[in-house]
Design a protein around this ligand. Sequence first.
Ligand code: CAA
Length: 389
Amino acid sequence: MSHHLGIHDLSFATTEFVLPHTALADHNGTDIGKYHTGIGQESMSIPAADEDIVTMAATAAAPLIARHGSDRIRTVVFATESSIDQAKAAGVYVHSLLQLPSATRVVELKQACYGATAALQFALGLIRRDPTQHVLVIASDVSKYDADSPGEATQGAAAVAMLVTANPALLTIHDPSGLYTADVMDFWRPNYRDTALVDGQESINAYLQAVEGTWKDYTEQGGHTLDDFTAFCYHQPFTKMAYKAHRHLLNYNDRDTDHHTITQAIGPTTTYNNVIGNSYTASVYLGLAALLDHTPDLTNQPIGLFSYGSGSVAEFFAATPTPDYHNHLHTTTNQHTITRRTTIDYPTYLQLHENTLPTDGTHHTTPTQTTGPYRLAGINNHKRIYETR
Ligand code: CAA
């Protein structure tokens, strides 16, 4: 018997704090039009001193466990490009915080912002082998560039958790995928750095090449035609990038690229990313959440998803919302996750940005700033200590 495979439930979390781009513009003298219109960002999520990729991941995944239990979860795949340890998978901390069964495999995946899509595809492979199992896929990242660098305006942080199952209640994921890899140095972060290095223009060009490359492979693999798609969800390092990407895809297919058509197609996918900022691996799935939460009905209508990870690896694939998917969304909670954040000023942001944990093994207690369910209480003897409220 063949099953539909896909995303059964999806939930996200972001940070305690938010910095409006007006505050950044006031600080560095930039015309706010560049941020609001030029890159398409209103604000960005800023982690509190006691938040990190683990606390966001656990917060994102907790509602899925509350709704569906954890009995059938035998695999947790944690995708991140802002990992906290070179050896231990961040998902092991999440496994512990969520009290998941010990009969579970937990692993971390990395390929810049693309990692969560690899995790999703690997999860589908596991479910195909045993459709009774559930796989918990988590994408969690803090996007951080140097203060006063061009990348600073495209920071942010969030986690998305997805329960991948057979006969999903939300979305069926379809074959084929269009794939593309190219060895480029557009964005990277050597192990000794906290902040990413980026060649801004090169990264935009590399992204657009990947749009073209994945689409070419997708059509060669026998995927849908352009007109079959009702919506397109792109990785959004800043929301304007999705507009650039869609224009590029339409141009590549010799289609009209008038502003209105592109705005209609892309607008609904940007409402969460616009106020959260770049969340790296989570970004394309926040776009998907925004689309599902704010579009009247997409039942059985193909959505094109484009996942891009600098360096670079990209994938284009289709997903269709399943009948009744509306009853399984977390729309109200999602809105609250965004509106509950406390607005901070530039000096407070800068202090958090420059804040680092000790690297000499000394005991450090983090100030209690987050009001979320999980917090990083401190670090002792090089070990992170987490707390549940
Ligand atoms: N009013 C309206 N628009 C304005 C404006 C104003 N007053 N002033 C400038 N603009 C427009 C510019 O015309 C430009 O628009 P177009 O690209 O459509 O021409 C836009 O605002 C940005 O201006 P600049 O190109 O001058 O901005 P910048 O040099 O400061 O850099 C950036 C912008 C390259 C995105 C930079 O923020 C950056 O390096 N960010 C990090 C890298 C990144 O996000 N790359 C995206 C692809 S890589 C990827 O996707 C992986 C990932 O997650 C990192």
